[in-house]
Ligand binder design. Sequence first.
Ligand code: NDP
Length: 530
Amino acid sequence: MEPAPFENELTVLTHQEDDSVAAVHDQYEAAVDALLEKVGATHPLRIDGETVETAETFAVTSPGDTDLLVGEFAAGDETHVDRAVAAASAAFEDWAADWEARVSVFRNAASIMRERKYDLAATMSVENGKNRTEALADVDEAIDFLRFYRRELERNEGYVYDTGEPTPGQHTENRLVPYGVFGVVAPFNFPIAILTGMTTGALIAGNTVVVKPASATPLIANQFVDILEEAGIPDGVVNLVTGGGRDVGQPLTEHPDVAGVVFTGSREVGLDIQQTFVDMGKRGPVIAELGGKNPVIVSEAADLEKAVAGVTMGAFSFSGQKCSATARVYVHESLYDEFVDALVEATEALPIGRPWDQDTVVSPIIDESALERYRGISAQAREVGTVRTGGTEVDSEDLPDGRYVAPTVVTDVPHDHDLAREEHFLPFVTVHPVESFDEAVEKSNDSDYGLCAGLFSEDDAEIDDWSDRIESGMCYVNREQSATTGALVQAQPFGGWKFSGTTGKFAGGYWYLPQFMREQSRTVIGDVGR
Ligand code: NDP
């Protein structure tokens, strides 16, 4: 039976259409108030349905107010990884056996997450600094992943196909079966959407998991595990080991009993994990979504207003800490000066503030190493090119002590300079004049990455030409709301070409789940058991 059409969870848009946005703000603010009353607790590991204390803990403070302690978190190590993998291995057989039971758990999980969406959004604003609208969109996306992957498992009836009796007496069946234990290693920047998407992909396919969230965002990871437990997930199926990349992430991905890894994060770490699998002779998949250096073309036929709006939001929402952030812009020389002036004006108008304040667009950056990188590339940009706006930290009496920096627009940087080639993951965009559309397409494609790309043009022939030639997983034309960010599950599956990903199959798309399984063809001769 074909399930009902998929519908995205669109909290803010739905309330805007109903003229009831005030209700969003009220519920979000109540959730922030409630959270601020109780932050600072200590959170153990979660292994085999039990909590596990560790000798060491690590503290997480809020990027928007570094005096605010979000919590103390158990610092796991190799021994905890071993325990968690053992629990996941023991739970595998039963979990793999019944796909309809998995559907039921994930149906419950989606309902619980919907009920808690404001609490989760508040946690995200406080823990990783995302502003309220984007935090809610992050939770919406997580709900979408829970629902979409569950729906896919149902639509494919557990990926079991009766292939009939090809010759008399041969009864055949073709199915996809899970691998075993998956390591899930997640980034800080979509701490519920990506964590939920990767974990759900592995679990709903019948694998069991050990989850290692980013060190910056362990609280929301704990809240996600709470939801799965309340949804009825059996003990040992999901295990949470918080701690550092080297202390937990590496032993997890190197563990001989971990059959596959699903990872989102930097190219360096993702490719290392892939290499580990090759070196160890492991046959399971490394499903890795990596970085980006996303180009946007503003052609001679562009609507300038749309282009400025799209680039401003693409580059600076969540302070550029998105793999999909707009990073380099190629503008036809006839529009270049006008575009740069308008972009600078729009950038300077963006409100910078506490993540949980209603008007904030540009939120603080995640940690001290990001701040160091911001200082470094700003200094370099002043040497090599021209900083048109930004390049400085923002220190205001109205703001608490936090990592607030100005969104930065840079020109006159050569296209082949590292500033225009490396991913910085900061509110930093370079703008380059081009003489022709062809030059813009060639420069867009002249990158190791191929994640997202944007075009502003009102010319149909140009749009078709660009769509055929651009080397990018996700391609957006005339997207005023954001030139390169903001994909929706099912409609805009998310993934990258080249060094932006390892599999060529995208999260939130129809070909995602089969990656977590391997194929088996079964033949039984005669009528035994039929
Ligand atoms: P990192 O690669 O630094 O970290 C990602 C995860 O890997 C974290 O949980 C980290 O732990 C862990 N880790 C670090 N070192 C190791 C190791 N040696 N072995 C195993 N695990 C390890 O990325 P960020 O969290 O900083 O995220 C930003 C990056 O993610 C950017 O490059 C961005 O483009 C990419 N990204 C890609 C997306 C996509 O879909 N293509 C989407 C979102 C982000 P810890 O936090 O403890 O260091």
